[in-house]
Design a protein around this ligand. Structure first.
Ligand code: FES
Length: 155
């Protein structure tokens, strides 16, 4: 066996050992993963009812032009007034992708969109949806319904 062939054999051997080492690492990671699967979170850990609602108010360019800052201010005021600070968290977003319906606000866990709203509408939304749990249909927008409607027109 020539020098070159021996060197190639050594390289192959090293590569094989390296691969085995990494697969051993994968095995141990696999074990860790299966442990995670075995200890699935309890229902209460993911229970949306116990989590605070999250409200995203868009303050992107289109929404800001439609005075979304006023909505944000009114929302914080109403949440404080109705003492919902522990049950409702407010966030800002730079764009919720419905700029034509600005100003836009989205409530989770439902993912409900509120579009073309005015600061005076916020009080109703806070008391009926954020406190009462019922979306205020009059102000909601369902983007998927719009898609379905467009499909009906095309067919
Ligand atoms: S800027 Fe508000 S939805 Fe796009």
């Amino acid at each position: 066996m020539g020098r070159e062939a021996q060197a190639s054999k050594k390289r192959d051997s090293r590569r094989r050992k390296k691969r085995q080492g990494s697969s051993r690492g994968r095995d141990s990671a696999g074990e860790a993963r299966s442990e995670l699967v075995e200890s699935e979170p309890t229902a209460s850990a993911w229970d949306e009812e116990n989590r605070p609602r999250r409200v995203f108010v868009c303050i992107g360019p289109s929404c800001s032009d439609q005075k979304s800052r006023g909505i944000l201010t009114e929302l914080k005021k109403q949440i404080e007034r109705q003492e919902l600070e522990d049950r409702v968290h407010v966030y800002t977003a730079t764009c919720l992708s419905h700029c034509l319906r600005a100003p836009v606000m989205q409530v989770y866990p439902e993912g409900t969109f509120y579009c073309n709203i005015l600061p005076r509408d916020v009080r109703t939304i806070v008391s009926e949806h954020l406190e009462g749990g019922q979306a205020v249909e009059h102000f909601t927008y369902d983007p998927f319904a719009a898609v379905r409607w467009n499909d009906e027109i095309d067919s």
